[in-house]
Design a protein around this ligand. Structure first.
Ligand SMILES: Nc1ncnc2c1ncn2[C@@H]1O[C@H](COP(=O)(O)OP(=O)(O)OP(=O)(O)O)[C@@H](O)[C@H]1O
Ligand SMILES: [Mg+2]
Length: 234
């Protein structure tokens, strides 16, 4: 579904991703893990078209993405939940959800999409008219995920969705990601909460200093403390 080959990325003169290659298969959850500064965010921003200087190849559903602007990638069925959530603080929950439909340039009817998402996220259902910034951090993260899901993308890239979220919501999020996968959505899950991510994921890729150093089934990595200790913040 997503095939990254020999990806390189720079910030100005600083070369931070060095020939990263891995693939995410249709309908799987792939966990991308690694320490702070390993290059996880840079890799997914490269896929989404949010960086200036990127080389190599990123193919999605058979099409080369790198020449395309970010908005075209959203329209192809990719969605993204950034590290800093980037919900619009002064808009209501309902208005933030509408932005998810606009970004994907989706023909899905807003009222039915909002109803459907409200069923999936009971916490948001009660708060559709609430100004986003007045919600808790965990609720805002759920809104960011709901906004990414609302246009029914083929694949969602999530950057550390569990960070700073209370355990009960993290568990809820885990169930949601499994359900999404079971409905056929492909997920690329960047995480530092390794145990949790490996519990959800089918496969895992570890990057370190901008390079892929390990990839395996999630269950294999979950049983390998030595690799986890070497490359992950465990
Ligand atoms: N805007 C930027 N300008 C210059 N260097 C940057 C910029 N953003 C990130 N970097 C550098 O690129 C490298 C990779 O950063 P990246 O944010 O991709 O790491 P990460 O794996 O997502 O880390 P974290 O777990 O802390 O989010 C780091 O060395 C970082 O300092
Ligand atoms: Mg990051």
């Amino acid at each position: 579904m997503l095939e990254i080959r020999d990806l390189n990325a720079w910030y100005g003169p600083s070369h931070v991703v060095h020939g990263v290659s891995f693939a995410v298969r249709q309908g799987e959850v792939l966990a991308l893990i690694g320490r702070n500064g390993a290059g996880k965010t840079t890799t997914i921003k490269s896929v989404m078209g949010l960086l200036d200087k990127v080389g190599g190849s990123v193919r999605f559903a058979g099409q080369e993405l790198l020449p395309l602007p970010a908005h075209a990638r959203f329209r192809m069925g990719l969605a993204y939940v950034p590290e800093d959530r980037r919900i619009v603080p002064d808009l209501t929950v309902r208005e933030n959800l509408r932005l998810g439909l606009l970004q994907a340039d989706s023909s899905i009817k807003e009222s039915s999409a909002t109803d459907q998402i409200a069923e999936t996220f009971p916490r948001l259902k009660e708060r559709l008219g609430q100004i986003a910034v007045t919600m808790s951090g965990g609720e805002q993260q759920m809104l960011a995920i709901a906004r990414a899901m609302i246009a029914r993308p083929k694949m969602i890239l999530l950057d550390e969705p569990s960070e700073g979220i209370m355990p009960v919501l993290v568990e809820e999020m885990g169930r949601l990601f499994r359900a999404l996968r079971d409905q056929g959505t492909t997920l690329l899950l960047v995480e530092q909460n390794v145990e949790w991510a490996l519990n959800i994921a089918d496969r895992a890729v570890i990057i370190d200093q901008g390079e892929v150093v390990f990839q395996a089934d999630a269950a294999t990595l979950a049983g390998d403390r030595e690799i986890q200790e070497r490359y992950c913040a465990v």
